[in-house]
Design a protein around this ligand. Structure first.
Ligand code: AMP
Ligand code: ZN
Length: 666
C-alpha cells in the first residue's frame, strides 16, 4: 500500500474510533455494533504493527475507551483497570488456548464466565467499609459514582475484610427492569433506551441518587485490583471468597463455573451460551475465558490495554427475519431525509423491534428492497436496527416499489442530493422540521443544556410563531408563554431562568450546540482546546483544522463549509450580541504557563483535582489526559500512580512537585 494512503487510513480510523468510543462510553448511545467497532480497532492495530512509523502514543489501540465526563469527580485507581482482548470466532479462542499452553509449558486451568453487558465498576473498601465506588474511567482513574452505587441493593456497605481492597465487577439492568423503565419513559414522552446496557450506563451517572434508586440496578463482581492476600491463589477461589464476603458473583448464574484444562470444554461453553443467552434475566455479550492461577496470570502479564491471560469470546449480533410494512421519511436537523423502515414487530436480542434505519436512497437500491419484502434485521448498537438482506424468493406478488419523495415530506420544498450523492436534503433552511431539530439539538444536555426546552415545548413555541430560529429563544415573550396551553407563570419563570443560565455555558458546549455536521461533543472539546475563540475558528483554514490530531478531512471540510455560510455567520453574530460565551476558558487568563501541558498524579495538599485543573487553565496552561510526548510537566503528589513511572521513560517530561508548581504560578 502506498505510504500516503496508509497515513490517511490510520488517521481516519483514529477519528472514527474516537467518535464511536465517545458515543459508547460517554453518551451510552452507540451508532454501530460492538463487532463493527472492534473491527475498526483491529484494522488500526494491524496497520500500526505493519507501519510502526505512523503509530502514536495516544492511539486507541493502546488505551481503554474513557467514560470520564466530569473531571472534578476523578479518583485514581490503586491498581489499573483493563479492557479485554476480544474474539468473534472459535478459532481465535483455540489460538489463545494454544498460545497460553505453549508459553506457560503447562496445561493450565481456565475459568469461563459470562461476559455481562453492563458498566464496569470499582468498589473500594477500607477497614471493611465501602469508601467509594468509581467507573473504569480511562483505566488509570475513574469517576466517583459512590452515591448512586450505594442505592444498589445487595452491594455490601460493610465486609469482613479489614485491609484495603478494590473489588471489580459489572453493574447492569435486568431485562424486566429495562422494559419497565422504557414503558414509563414512553408514557412520559421521554427518549427510550436502546438496550439495557445503555440504560445502565445512562443511569449510573445521573446526578440524583433518588432516581437511580427507582431503577433497580443489579451487579456481579468478578475481579480484584488492590488485594493483599496470599491465601487466594486463583480466580475460582476468588469468586468463592467474594461469595463468602457477601457479594453476588457470576457463579450463581452459571452453575457450571468450573476449572478445566480441556479446550473442547471451553469451546462447548462458548457454543452453549451463545444459544442459551436469551434465557438469562440479563444481557451478556459473550464469554470471558481466564487463566485460573494467579501466579500464571502474573507471569503472562498485560499489554497496555488488556491482560494476556484472558480473552472475551463475543457473540455476533442476532439476525431475525420479518416483513417490511412500509417506509417513512424523516427530516433531520441538517435537512437530511432518512428513510425508516416500518416492520412487522419482532423480538430480537432482548426487545421488540418495529423500525429499522435505511440510511439513504442508495441503501434502498443496494438492498433492492420493496414494500412487503421479507427482510433480515440485526440490532447493531443503535436505537433503530438495520436491515441487512432481503429474501427475494419470498417476495409477494403485490410487493410495492419504494418511491423516494422528490419533495420534503414536511415543507414540500424540493429535495436535493449533495456532491457525493448518497444523502438527500430538504433545500429549505427554514423547513419547520429542520428548525425544530436544530433547536432541540441546541438546547440538549450535551449542548447548552436548557432544562424544560424539549421537543414538545419547542413545537409549541414554533406553532405559536414565538420563535423561528435558534437565537430567538433568547427573546421569548414570557408573558405570552405563561398563557399558552399547559404552561403557566411558574413554568415560564423556570424556562426563563434556564435560558438565561445557558448564556454562560462552556464554549465547547455552545459550539457543539451550533450543530455543525460531524462535530460531536468530543470534537467540540478538541476544537475549543485548540482555538481561543469563535473568531479563530471562523478564520481557520482547512489545513489549520487538519493539523489537529483526530480531525480528518470530513470534519475539516464540514467546518470550513459551516463557517463560510452567511446564515451561520449571522447566527453566530446574533448569539454573540445576546451575550453567549464564545471564548475558550484559557483565553481570559494570565499567561504564566503559556500553553504548557500538565498532568497530575497522586493526591495534592493544596488542591482538589478540579482546583488544580482550574489553576492550570486560568494561568494559560492545558491539562492533558495521559502521559505522552506532548506532556511537558507532570505534577507529582502523594502516592503517585503509574503515570510517574511512565513519565520517567520520556526524558522531555519535567517531573515537578506541588511546591514547584506553586512557584510557577506565583
Ligand atoms: P470491553 O467492554 O470490550 O472493554 O470488555 C471488557 C469489559 O468487560 C470489562 O471492563 C468488564 O467491564 C466487562 N466484563 C463483563 N463480564 C466480565 C467478566 N466476567 N470478567 C471480566 N470482565 C467482564
Ligand atoms: Zn423541509
Amino acid at each position: 500500500m502506498d505510504d500516503l494512503f496508509v497515513a490517511d487510513e490510520i488517521k481516519e480510523l483514529r477519528e472514527k474510533i474516537a467518535y464511536h468510543s465517545d458515543l459508547y462510553y460517554q453518551k451510552a448511545a452507540p451508532e454501530i455494533s460492538d463487532y463493527e467497532f472492534d473491527q475498526l480497532v483491529k484494522r488500526l492495530q494491524y496497520l500500526e504493527t505493519k507501519y510502526p512509523q505512523y503509530k502514536i502514543q495516544e492511539s486507541p489501540t493502546e488505551k481503554v475507551g474513557s467514560d470520564i465526563d466530569d473531571e472534578s469527580k476523578i479518583i485514581p485507581h490503586k491498581v489499573r483497570m483493563y479492557s479485554l482482548e476480544n474474539a468473534y470466532t472459535l478459532e481465535e479462542i483455540e489460538d489463545f488456548y494454544n498460545k497460553i499452553t505453549k508459553e506457560t509449558k503447562k496445561m493450565p486451568y481456565f475459568t469461563t464466565e459470562l461476559k455481562l453487558d453492563g458498566f464496569s465498576i470499582n468498589l473500594y473498601y477500607e477497614n471493611g467499609d465501602l469508601v467509594y465506588a468509581t467507573t473504569r474511567g480511562n483505566g488509570f482513574e475513574g469517576e466517583d459514582v459512590t452515591q448512586n452505587v450505594k442505592t444498589i441493593s445487595g452491594i455490601p456497605q460493610k465486609i469482613d475484610y479489614p485491609k484495603p481492597i478494590e473489588i471489580r465487577g459489572e453493574i447492569f439492568l435486568p431485562r424486566s427492569e429495562f422494559e419497565r423503565i422504557n414503558e414509563e419513559r414512553e408514557k412520559n414522552g421521554e427518549r427510550i433506551f436502546a438496550n439495557p446496557r445503555n440504560a445502565a450506563a445512562g443511569t449510573i451517572k445521573l446526578k440524583d441518587p433518588e432516581i437511580v434508586k427507582t431503577r433497580k440496578l443489579d451487579y456481579r463482581v468478578y475481579s480484584v485490583g488492590l488485594f493483599e492476600n496470599n491465601e487466594i491463589k486463583s480466580q475460582y477461589t476468588l469468586l468463592k471468597y467474594f461469595e463468602k464476603l457477601g457479594f453476588k458473583t457470576l457463579a450463581r448464574d452459571m452453575k457450571n463455573l468450573l476449572k478445566f484444562g480441556e479446550l473442547n470444554r471451553i469451546i462447548e461453553q462458548c457454543k452453549f451460551w451463545e444459544l442459551e443467552k436469551n434465557n438469562l434475566e440479563f444481557d451478556i455479550d459473550g464469554l470471558v475465558i481466564k487463566v485460573d492461577d494467579f501466579e500464571l496470570q502474573k507471569k503472562l502479564g498485560y499489554t497496555s490495554k488488556f491482560p494476556k491471560w484472558a480473552i472475551a469470546y463475543k457473540f455476533k449480533a442476532e439476525e431475525v427475519e420479518t416483513q417490511l410494512l412500509g417506509v417513512d421519511f424523516q427530516v433531520g436537523r441538517t435537512g437530511a431525509v432518512t428513510p425508516v423502515a416500518r416492520l412487522e414487530p419482532v423480538f430480537i436480542s432482548g426487545s421488540t423491534v418495529s423500525n429499522a434505519t435505511l440510511h439513504n436512497e442508495d441503501e434502498i437500491d443496494r438492498l433492492d428492497l420493496k414494500i412487503g419484502d421479507y427482510v433480515t434485521v440485526i440490532k447493531s448498537g443503535e436505537i433503530i436496527p438495520k436491515i441487512i438482506k432481503v429474501d427475494k424468493k419470498k417476495r409477494p406478488d403485490k410487493a410495492e416499489e419504494i418511491n423516494f419523495p422528490t419533495n420534503c415530506p414536511v415543507c414540500s420544498s424540493p429535495l436535493r442530493k449533495q456532491e457525493e450523492g448518497a444523502v438527500t436534503y430538504c433545500s429549505n433552511a427554514n423547513c419547520p422540521a429542520q428548525v425544530q431539530r436544530r433547536i432541540e439539538h441546541f438546547a440538549s444536555r450535551d449542548a447548552v443544556d436548557i432544562e424544560g426546552l424539549g421537543e414538545a415545548v419547542i413545537k409549541q413555541l414554533l406553532e405559536n410563531n414565538m420563535i423561528e430560529k435558534i437565537e430567538d429563544i433568547y427573546n421569548i415573550d414570557f408573558e405570552k408563554f405563561a398563557n399558552l396551553e399547559r404552561q403557566g407563570k411558574k413554568s415560564a419563570e423556570n424556562l426563563q431562568k434556564a435560558i438565561e443560565k445557558s448564556k454562560n455555558q462552556k464554549f465547547e458546549k455552545i459550539l457543539f450546540g451550533l450543530g455543525i455536521r460531524y462535530v460531536g461533543a468530543r470534537t467540540s472539546k478538541i476544537l475549543t482546546a485548540n482555538f481561543d475563540n469563535i473568531n479563530a475558528l471562523i478564520n481557520a483554514s482547512y489545513l489549520d483544522f487538519l493539523m489537529i490530531d483526530e480531525i480528518g478531512e470530513k470534519i475539516a471540510q464540514s467546518l470550513v463549509d459551516f463557517f463560510s455560510d452567511e446564515k451561520n455567520l449571522r447566527m453566530i453574530e446574533n448569539l454573540k450580541k445576546i451575550g453567549l460565551n464564545m471564548k475558550s476558558e484559557k483565553q481570559e487568563i494570565k499567561d504564566k504557563l503559556s500553553g504548557s501541558t500538565f498532568l497530575v498524579t497522586g493526591s495534592l495538599t493544596n488542591f482538589s483535582r478540579n482546583e488544580i485543573k482550574n489553576q492550570i487553565e486560568q494561568n494559560g496552561g492545558r491539562v492533558v489526559s495521559s502521559v505522552s510526548k506532548k506532556l511537558e510537566y507532570l505534577i507529582v503528589g502523594e502516592n503517585p500512580g503509574s503515570k510517574l513511572s511512565k513519565a520517567k521513560k520520556i526524558d522531555t517530561i519535567k517531573i515537578i512537585s506541588e511546591q514547584e508548581f506553586l512557584e510557577m504560578i506565583k
